[in-house]
Design a protein around this ligand. Sequence first.
Ligand code: NAI
Ligand code: PHE
Length: 355
Amino acid sequence: MSFDDTFRWDGELTVTRHDRKTGASFVIRLDSTRLGPAAGGTRAAQYASFAGALEDAGKLAGAMTLKMAVSNLPMGGGKSVIALPAPRKDIDQVTWARILTLHAENIDKLRGNYWTGPDVNTNSADMDTLNETTEFVFGRSAERGGAGSSAFNTSLGVFEAMKATAAYRGLGTLDGLSVLIQGLGAVGSGLATIASEAGARLFVSDTDPERLASAEQLGHTVVGVDAVLSTPCDIFAPCAMGGVLNSEIASELPASAVVGAANNILADGEAGAILHERGILYAPDFVTNAGGAFHLVGREVLGWNQDTVEEHTRGIGDTLTEVYSIAQIENTTTDQAARILARRRVDTANVTVPA
Ligand code: NAI
Ligand code: PHE
C-alpha cells in the first residue's frame, strides 16, 4: 500500500501511538461525528503492517457510521484497532493491562468525541479496565453499571435478518433450510442456538476445535475451515472476520443468500455486484449486525430497557426488507441500497453540521 492509499481517507480524525515496551500500536479513527459522538468497538488483532491496521480501522469506522445512521441511533462512527505484538492468547495479564491503560489514555484525550465498546478480542472485563482511566466506554459489566456483552442481541438481530432475507428470497421460513455459520464465537454460537430452534439445519465451522466439538454434540454438521466457501447451503452466515467475499469467491459461492454478523463481509464493491447478478441475496452487514449497537447505545445512552432494545433489534428484519425493495426499485446492489437508506437518514436527521 502506498503512502497516498493509507492517508487518502475521508474520515475526520486519526489518532496513533506506539508503545515500545509492549510492542503494541494503537489506532483510533473517527469516521464521522455528524450524527453524534463517534462510537465503535476496540478490536485487538495482529496486523502484517501498520498501514494494514490503519486501513482496517478506517473501513470499520466507516461501517459504524453507516450502522448508526441506518439504525436511527444518535451516534457517529469510529473504531479502534490495537495492533498486537503476538496473538491475544499469548499476551500475559500485566502486558494486556498496560496495553488497555494506554488505549484508555488515548480515548480520554478525545474528550467524548469517541466512545468505545467491545469487539473482536475485547470483552466486558476489558471495558471495566478501560473505564478505570476513561469514562467513554460502553459495554462495561453489569456490576460496574454497564450494559454488558452485546453479543446475544447481535445474534438476535442476525436471526431476524435471516428470517426477512429467506422470506424475500422466496425460501420461506428457516424451518428445514441449511444455514452455514462461519465462526462459533460469542455471536455465532448464539445464532446457532436460535436458528436451530427455528428448525434450520446447521453447518458450522471454526478454527477452534473445542467450539466445534460442542457444536457437534448438539448435532450440527462440522465443515472444515477450507471447505466453507465451497459447501452448498441456503444461507451462508459469516460470523468470524470481515473480507470473506471477494469477487472471485462471490462468483463461485454455492448459496442463495448471505446473512452474517461479521463487519465488512465484502472485500470489494465488485463482490456485491457479482452476488447481485447471480441472484444471491446479500444482507448488508451494517444493517444485519446492528443488534450490538442497539444494546449498547440503547441501554447506555437512550435509557432503553431490555424490551425496547429487543423491539428495535427485531425491527432489523423490516429495515432489510426496505433495503431490498430500494435495491429493486433503483436496480442496484443491496449494499448500495443500504447506503442510500443510511444517507437518507443522515440527510433528514435534525443535526447542525459545522461549515
Ligand atoms: P468472537 O471472537 O467471539 O468469535 C469469532 C469466532 O470466529 C471465534 O470462535 C474464532 O475461533 C472464529 N474464527 C476465526 N477465524 C475463523 C475462520 N477463518 N473460520 C472459522 N472460524 C473462525 O467474535 P464475536 O463477538 O462473535 O464477533 C463475530 C463477528 O461479528 C466479528 O466480525 C465482529 O466484529 C462482528 N460483530 C460483533 C458484534 C458483537 O456484539 N459481538 C456486533 C457486531 C458485529
Ligand atoms: N463492536 C460491535 C459492533 O461492531 C459493538 C459496538 C457497537 C461497540 C457500538 C461499540 C459501539 O457493532
